[in-house]
Structures are given as C-alpha cells and as structure tokens.
Design a protein around this ligand. Structure first.
Ligand SMILES: C[S@@+](CC[C@H](N)C(=O)[O-])C[C@H]1O[C@@H](n2cnc3c(N)ncnc32)[C@H](O)[C@@H]1O
Length: 320
C-alpha cells in the first residue's frame, strides 16, 4: 500500500505540473479532491438538502434493486468504479446475493480512506477484494485477473462519468468495454439536465460545504506538494456552461499572487479573477445515454428515472 501512495504522490505532482501549464488555463483533475479530508467533505455534501443527486441515485437503486439483479441474472463478480463508502451499493449487492451467494465484490477507488469505510460497510456481506487504483487501471487489473466464467456487473454511480469531458466519454466507455466480456453488465447512474438554479445550488450550497471541498484541493497541495496557497485568497465559483451542458467548479484568485509548489520547485503566477478549474459535472439526456451505449459496444437493457430529481440509472449489456 505504501508504494502505491508514494507513486500516487508523484503522479499528483506531475498532473499538477501538466494542469498548470495548459494553454486554456490552470486545471486540477477532480480525482485529487479525495484525500481523507476531501472524502469526509464529500460525505457531508451528500447530506446537503441542495445536493439531490445522491438521494435520487439511492432511491432508484433501492426501488429497482430486484429488477436490476434479475436483469443481470447469474453473476460471478460485482465491480464498482469510485465506490466511495459503498453505502449506495448495499441494496444492489443484497439483491444480487440472493441469486448469487458466491459473488466477489471489487470496489475500485483512489481513496484508501473511502475503501476502508466501504470494507467496513460491506465486508461482512460477501467476499471483497478492494482495488486501490484509478478507474481504468483498476478495471484493467480486474479484467486481467478474472478467472471465473460467470458474468461481471460493473457499477458506476454518482454521475461521476460527468467529470469527464463530453468528447472523451465515448472513448472512456469503449475502454471500459475492452476490459469486459460479451454478456457482462454495466449499471450507470447519470444526472440529467434540469433547471439551472437547481443545478447551480447543488454545487454552491449556502452552508459552504462544497466550497470547503473545493478549497481542500489547495490545502492538499500545501500538505502533500509543499505548496504555499493562501486558501483565503481564493473564492469558490460555480458556473453553468449551457453550450457544453455542464456545471463547472473553479477556484478564483481574488488578487494578484505568486504561489510556490515545493514538490515542483516552481512558482506560478495568478492574476486577479484568474481561475483554477477543478471540476466539470456534465448533465445528460436519456437519449444521449442510449447513444453512448450504442457507440461503445453495449445494448441498453433498461433505464429508470427518478421522479423527484431527474437522474437516470441505466443498465447496459456488453454485446459481441
Ligand atoms: C463523487 S464520489 C462518488 C462516490 C459513490 N460512488 C457515490 O456515488 O456516492 C467519487 C468517488 O470516486 C473516487 N474517484 C474519483 N476519481 C477517481 C478515479 N479517477 N479513479 C478511481 N476513483 C476515483 C473518489 O475517491 C470517491 O470515493
């Protein structure tokens, strides 16, 4: 475990160096939100009245768990991308276990803290093999080491796919498909486009929890990359980009400032009003999700949409 964390650290430094040198402005990948403090702050976000995504995702999974398990049928493995604490997964696993008492559950997450909580929540239900890795590398590892012939059900909840650029999404699904076999299943939770004020409030709550989650990535750079960001010199900024149909989260520099990142031995200048783009959350339509399935080697089996908060749970089957 310590080797992985060591290599994750240097990868963090490399990714920050690349993200701070892009022509379109400074960026940090959202995976770096999730150190121990960031994972705890995300847990708090899911409790916010403004953040309807998690409750919608949970409702759909609770209500349709049996249909989903029956749709998938006989399974050998349930894998999950970015499991977090695994709370959402429980109803699906319980339903799947009724038909498949021998399944192995393999959560993949970059956060050791999230995997530890997930193991506490789920470890007593079934055999569990956590994978501390990035989504795709974790999936590739699971695909390579798979021995049994029974199908696999891959879970990807929380609309995390919305963090990818829209143009990257079909390739991302195709890459995932390349680690699956025909007859495997993919269950995807994706947030749908809804009214703009509701979408903005979900990422800009008046309590300031999402702002704290955003600022924490600067704190993480101070702690792990020996940077000297003054967190009070930044503002949390949330925008709806109507053309790209996404919420963007930024950290806006409130003044002219120079920041030194010790791990890179380099200073960076920020103009007043300049931003560090920390997250995109793309919003989808049901038709768009079906089109992604078609483009990436899956057949759409069923889609369920929450009645309170437009959010879709889509079950796909990997085709030949
Ligand atoms: C927004 S949370 C979602 C958690 C849970 N699936 C849910 O729906 O509530 C994202 C989770 O994915 C993990 N994560 C983010 N980016 C990742 C990546 N590129 N590879 C693996 N895990 C990632 C985070 O550590 C976090 O636990």
């Amino acid at each position: 475990m310590s080797t992985l964390i060591g290599s994750e650290l240097s990868q963090f430094a490399l990714d920050v160096a690349a993200g701070f040198s892009t022509a379109g402005g400074k960026r940090i990948a959202p995976r770096y939100f999730y150190d121990d403090l960031g994972s705890a702050l995300f847990e708090a976000i899911t409790l916010l009245p403004e953040y309807g995504l998690t409750r919608a995702d949970e409702r759909l999974l609770r209500i349709h768990a049996d249909e989903i398990a029956q749709g998938a049928g006989k399974l050998g493995t349930v894998a999950e991308l970015g499991s977090g604490n695994g709370k959402k997964t429980l109803p699906i696993l319980r339903a799947v276990l009724q038909m498949n008492p021998q399944i192995t559950y393999q959560p993949i997450d970059v956060s050791a803290a999230a995997l530890a909580v997930c193991e506490r929540e789920i470890g007593s239900l079934c055999e569990m093999k956590p994978v501390l890795n990035d989504w795709m590398q974790g999936m590739s590892e699971i695909g390579r080491k798979r021995e049994e012939n029974l199908p696999l059900l891959l879970l990807f909840f929380g609309s995390s796919v919305g963090n990818l650029d829209r143009t990257e999404i079909p390739d991302f699904f195709r890459d995932l498909r390349s680690h699956l076999r025909p007859g495997d299943f993919f269950l995807l939770g994706a947030d749908l486009v809804k009214d703009i004020d509701t979408m903005i409030a979900a990422y800009d709550d008046p309590t300031g929890v999402t702002a704290a989650f955003n600022f924490n990535v600067l704190g993480r750079m101070n702690r792990e990359l020996q940077a000297n960001f003054d967190l009070r010199a930044f503002a949390h900024e949330v925008r709806w980009n109507s053309e790209a149909r996404r919420i963007e989260m930024h950290l806006l520099s409130c003044r002219d400032q120079d920041v030194f990142i010790g791990a890179l031995d380099r200073a960076y200048h920020l103009e007043p009003g300049e931003t560090i783009w920390t997250e995109s959350s793309h919003k989808f339509s049901e038709e768009e999700l079906r089109e992604y399935a078609r483009l990436s080697g899956f057949a759409s089996v069923a889609t369920w949409v929450d009645e309170e908060w437009p959010f879709a749970e889509a079950l796909w089957r990997a085709t030949e």
